[in-house]
Design a protein around this ligand. Structure first.
Ligand code: TYM
Length: 341
């Protein structure tokens, strides 16, 4: 019995992921990341955190930082993250991550960082604030992941390149110090392609900075209004035409919130070339989104006001995360040659 238990424990994978507290959680965060956090916490050793240091690269407002962290923590719990199953913590409560970030930065080359897509995008959006934190964002992210030596990192499609960079730093560390210490963490979606939830404005991904989000906390009326306002046209120009991007986007959201029958129904209407059904599809889409978000929204409100509970979760999460992080850091220091007298 004991040996069986040890075997199960040994085969457990370490899972880690985080979300920046730059606003409320939206459908992209939910279907790109949270859905997998919820499934993975059942069978793995999981670490889910709030990336507040990362948020400073673009959102340094002290009046909003704590509000946003409180929002995300409440939303994590309202979605069903369970502190009894996963370690839930705030990045800035774990200073070990900052030290590993510094150590890993010796393995990160400027040329590579300059080519990072997220850096180039953010620098273009915000040319007056191209700070060094933004530049080394992938190094901090690698420190988040490697501090617990994670196997799997459930994330959406937009984080794929950051994971590739994390693996490079892990490989470089192992190679430089001649030891297979760090694992090669993978962006994970149960063997499926990573998800990208589009916006409702036909412009690519749903994102806070794109201003095209449906938030888990949105009231039903707001969701109806947003969906109603989604970009469409006068209908297919004939049977079996390819869908333009903005229509494909609506179908992509329908696919994650509705049943396969509903999707098949509207696909059929599209393929027959019929017109005048977009209104019905939008109504159905809004209804199905509201079905998913309503119970979460109701829980968010009650959790957010319970500061005693939130404080307890923060403290316990930080303790557990620091215990794991501290072990890694000690080993890393030793491998790198730090010694005390
Ligand atoms: P962030 O805060 O932008 O997004 C959090 C998670 O939500 C996913 N996501 C999406 N997935 C599908 N479609 C979308 N439209 C969409 N928008 C967001 C993201 O892929 C992500 O999984 N750098 C990270 C935070 C982070 C992190 C980490 C993640 C910091 N350290 C370590 C994993 C491991 C970020 O900015 O995510």
């Amino acid at each position: 019995m004991l040996s069986l238990h040890i075997k199960i424990f040994d085969s457990m994978k370490t899972v880690l992921s985080g979300i920046r507290p730059t606003g409320n959680l939206h459908l992209g965060n939910y279907y790109g990341a949270m859905i997998n956090f919820l499934k993975m916490q059942e069978e793995n050793k999981c670490f889910f955190f709030i990336a507040d240091w990362h948020s400073l690269t673009t959102h340094p407002d002290p009046a909003l930082l704590h509000v946003n962290v409180t929002n995300i923590l409440s939303e994590y719990l309202a979605c069903g993250l369970d502190p009894g199953k996963a370690t839930i913590y705030i990045q800035s409560d774990v200073p070990e991550i900052a030290e590993l970030y510094l150590l890993l930065s010796m393995l990160a080359y400027v040329g590579e960082l300059e080519k990072t897509v997220s850096f180039k995008e953010k620098a273009r959006q915000n040319p007056d604030n191209v700070n060094a934190g933004l530049f080394t964002y992938p190094v901090l992210m690698a420190a988040d992941i490697l501090i617990h030596n994670a196997d799997y990192v459930p994330v959406g499609k937009d984080q794929e390149q950051h994971l590739e960079m994390t693996r490079n730093y892990a490989k470089r560390f192992n190679h430089r110090y001649g030891i297979e210490y760090f694992k090669q963490p993978e962006a994970y979606n149960f063997g499926q392609e990573l998800i990208k939830i589009p916006g409702l404005d036909g412009s690519g991904k749903m994102g806070k900075s794109e201003g095209n989000c449906i938030y888990l906390i949105d009231e039903p009326k707001t969701i109806e209004k947003k969906v109603k306002g989604a970009l469409t046209d006068s209908g297919p120009e004939g049977p079996n035409m390819p869908k333009p991007d903005y229509i494909e986007n609506l179908f992509s959201i329908l696919k994650v919130v509705s049943t396969p029958e509903v999707v098949a129904h509207y696909d059929h209407l599209w393929n027959t070339g019929e017109t005048k059904w977009y209104g019905s599809m939008k109504k159905q889409l809004a209804e199905d989104i509201i079905k998913v978000t309503t119970p979460i929204r109701e829980r968010i409100h009650s959790i957010k006001s319970d500061t005693v509970y939130l404080r307890k979760i923060q403290k316990e999460g930080a303790e557990k995360a620091r215990e794991s992080a501290g072990k890694t850091l000690l080993e890393v220091r030793k491998i790198m040659g730090f010694k005390s007298f």
